[in-house]
Design a protein around this ligand. Sequence first.
Ligand SMILES: Nc1ncnc2c1ncn2[C@@H]1O[C@H](COP(=O)(O)OP(=O)(O)OP(=O)(O)O)[C@@H](O)[C@H]1O
Ligand SMILES: [Mg+2]
Length: 356
Amino acid sequence: MADQVEGTVQNVLEQESLKWVFVGGKGGVGKTTCSSILSILLASVRSSVLIISTDPAHNLSDAFQQRFTKTPTLVNGFSNLYAMEVDPAVEHEDMGSSDGMDSLVSELAGAIPGIDEAMSFAEMLKLVQTMDYSVIVFDTAPTDHTLRLLQLPSVLEKGLAKMMSLKNKFGGLFNQMTRMFGMGDDFGEDAILGKLEGMKDVIEQVNKQFKDPDMTTSVCVCIPEFLSLYETERLVQELTKFEIDTHNIIINQVIFDDEDVESKLLKARMKMQQKYLDQFYMLYDDFNITKLPLLPEEVTGVEALKAFSRHFTTPYQPLASRDQVERLEQRVSGLQHQLKEAEEELERVKRGKHRA
Ligand SMILES: Nc1ncnc2c1ncn2[C@@H]1O[C@H](COP(=O)(O)OP(=O)(O)OP(=O)(O)O)[C@@H](O)[C@H]1O
Ligand SMILES: [Mg+2]
């Protein structure tokens, strides 16, 4: 067995210079849960925190049991934690009020693949930049999406260069066209390019911040299974290629031996998990690795998220290493819980019989 030093995400909470935290990983491993909890924990040490979901499936609303929109909304029960859900693939809406302008821009955008998405991402970042949050956490859609998001700034930079060369080639043609459509100078070529140039500055600035390990880090969430291990390695390599810092891995859904496990199935799965846990610790011995237990229920609602957050800051202690008092306490509380459930069930059955 590899030497498993139990880690936590305390390093993220202590890094005061951090401005951007990306949470990535395979589908369904717990990215939304982990990013929500990270944002809750950060809110206790920072002046203001924003969590942004860029997943079109938007599940922050599920995690916090509260509806969010594309503008930051205060999370219930907090005074400094805000959440918003955006869709980077959605058409940019604020580029202009005229239909003619919109179609001209989308025509141009169509000529440069990815520029649409890049521009709405840029607009979002621009908005967020002006809002002055102390730290911003991104809950992303599965791996490829995260990686695409991180590449958007360079897509935009390339797109702009192409626009500039078009401008030089066709001279005042755009201006003539916009005048012809009666859009006036406000929507002319210079206005369009001006807007893009304005965004370029934001994008360049953010791009620089993303590559600065003092300001940006990416947390990889995974589960102890082969595909997830493989995917994590791919994500880590790509992040390194884009010069995005990453030094935290959260292994979720670990089956802990909190109760004496009798089930053959669970025993077999624990053995399987141990094999991949060993590999994670071997491959990523320079990372902070945080392990989270698989719970019998979903982690939804602020209370559940808060309760689960303790595993982010205090490392798990295997049952065997705890003292006898603690083990017995654990067992008593487990049995009490089971007793309460059985009593409630009994009451329900009795009431049902009574009515019949
Ligand atoms: N350790 C856990 N124990 C039990 N349930 C969990 C645990 N972690 C997450 N869940 C539940 O699993 C489901 C998926 O988690 P989550 O939404 O965080 O994953 P995700 O990686 O964001 O998924 P997607 O890729 O679809 O966005 C949720 O219902 C969540 O409450
Ligand atoms: Mg999610």
